[in-house]
Design a protein around this ligand. Structure first.
Ligand code: 13P
Length: 340
C-alpha cells in the first residue's frame, strides 16, 4: 500500500463529518431525462441547469450536506448569477465531486452482467476535473443477483477496474468513492444479498490493496443488504441494519474513513430509517453516512415540477435534515410529517 498525502484523508473525513452526507446529483443525460419525464419536464440543458441550481443554492442545507457529486455537464455550468457551480458549492463549504465512469456496459461473454467503462484517458480527465474544482470522484460498478449471478468473472473484472480508477484518483489528488452496487432488484432473500455483497466487497478490497490504494484516502459507496424489492416477505429495518453491519464488519477495513450508502430503489423514508437503525447501533469503526441520489431528490423533484423553486428547496432541505438526524441515530418517523 502506498501512503498518500494527508490532504486526501482530510477530504475523505470532511465528506463524512458528523451530521453530514453527500448529495449524488450526477445523473447522466439518460438518467436525468427519466427523472424529468416522471414530472413532465423536458430535459433541456437549461432545465437541467435550473434544477441543479435549485439544489445547490438551497439556503442552510450545507449544515447537512458535505459534498455534491456532479456530472460532466454540471461541473461546467453556472448558477443564475454566473457563479460556476463548483465555486458556488465551495463558497458554502460544500466539496465538489465528479462522476468519472462512463457507465456500465454489457460484459463480453457474460449474458446479463456488466463491466463499467471509462479507464482509457482517465488520467487526463481527472487532471481537468481537479482544475475545475473537483476534490473527489465516483465510479459505479453494478452486479445483479440471479441464478449463478454474479459470476466470479464479473466480480473480479469490476473489482480490478474499480481499483485502477481509485489508484489514478489518488495519484491525481482526488479522493475516490468506490461504488460496487449489488442491485437489489428481484425476489432474492436477504441471505442471498448478504452473501453476494460480502463476496463483491472481498474482491474489491483485495484489488484495492494489490493496486496500492491507501484505504485512508477512500470512501466506500455500497448498497445496503436488503431483501429483493420483489421478495414476498421483506426484512424490516432492524434486520436490514444487523445484516448490513455484519457484512461490513467482516469485509471493510477499519482504515476506510466512511461508508456512504447509496439509496438504490428504496423509498426516501426507508433509506433514512435503515441508516438510522445502523447508527443507533454505533459507534462503528467507520462513519456510516449517505450518498443518496433518489432518496434525497425525489420529493424535491416532485415539488419543483419544473417551476416551483421554493417548494423544491423546502422539500430537499427537509429530506437532508432527516438524513442528517439518521447520522446519529436520532431520526424518528414522526419527523417525516413535522412542518416542512
Ligand atoms: P441512488 O441513491 O439514487 O441509488 O443514487 C446514488 C448513486 O450515485 C448511484 O450511482
Amino acid at each position: 500500500m502506498t501512503v498518500i498525502a494527508p490532504e486526501l484523508e482530510l477530504t475523505a473525513r470532511a465528506l463524512v463529518a458528523p451530521g453530514k452526507g453527500i448529495l449524488a446529483a450526477d445523473e447522466s443525460d439518460g438518467t436525468i431525462k427519466k427523472r424529468f419525464d416522471s414530472i413532465g419536464v423536458e430535459s433541456t440543458e437549461e432545465n437541467r441547469r435550473a434544477y441543479r441550481d435549485l439544489l445547490f443554492s438551497t439556503e442552510g442545507v450545507e449544515g447537512y450536506i458535505s459534498g455534491v457529486i456532479l456530472y460532466d455537464e454540471t461541473i461546467r455550468q453556472e448558477a443564475s448569477d454566473g457563479t460556476p457551480f463548483p465555486e458556488l458549492l465551495a463558497s458554502k463549504g460544500v466539496i465538489p465531486g465528479i462522476k468519472v465512469d462512463l457507465g456500465a456496459k454489457p460484459l463480453a461473454l457474460a449474458p446479463g452482467e456488466t463491466i463499467t467503462e471509462g479507464l482509457d484517458g482517465l488520467r487526463g480527465r481527472l487532471e481537468e476535473y481537479r482544475g475545475l474544482g473537483a476534490r473527489f470522484a465516483k465510479w459505479r460498478a453494478t452486479y445483479s443477483i440471479g441464478e449463478n449471478l454474479p459470476s466470479e468473472y464479473c466480480v473480479w473484472t469490476n473489482a480490478h477496474a474499480l481499483a485502477r480508477y481509485a489508484a489514478l484518483c489518488q495519484e491525481a489528488g482526488i479522493v475516490p468513492i468506490v461504488e460496487p452496487e449489488v442491485l437489489q432488484d428481484g425476489a432474492h432473500t436477504i441471505d442471498e444479498s448478504a452473501k453476494v455483497t460480502g463476496r463483491v466487497l472481498q474482491g474489491v478490497y483485495t484489488e484495492l490493496r494489490d493496486q496500492r490504494v491507501d484505504f485512508a484516502g477512500t470512501l466506500l459507496k455500497p448498497n445496503m443488504v436488503l431483501s429483493g424489492y420483489d421478495a414476498s416477505d421483506r426484512a424490516g429495518a432492524d434486520e436490514v441494519a444487523e445484516r448490513t453491519l455484519d457484512v461490513f464488519y467482516r469485509h471493510v477495513p477499519a482504515a476506510v474513513p466512511g461508508i456512504v450508502f447509496l439509496s438504490g430503489g428504496q423509498s426516501d423514508a426507508d433509506a433514512t430509517a435503515h441508516l438510522n437503525a445502523m447508527n443507533a447501533r454505533g459507534p462503528h469503526p467507520w462513519q456510516l453516512s449517505f450518498s443518496y441520489g433518489r432518496a434525497l431528490q425525489a420529493p424535491a423533484l416532485k415539488a419543483w415540477a419544473g417551476s416551483n423553486v421554493e417548494a423544491g428547496q423546502r422539500a430537499y432541505y427537509h429530506r437532508a435534515k432527516l438524513n442528517s438526524a439518521a447520522r446519529s441515530g436520532s431520526y424518528a418517523p414522526e419527523m417525516e410529517t413535522a412542518s416542512v
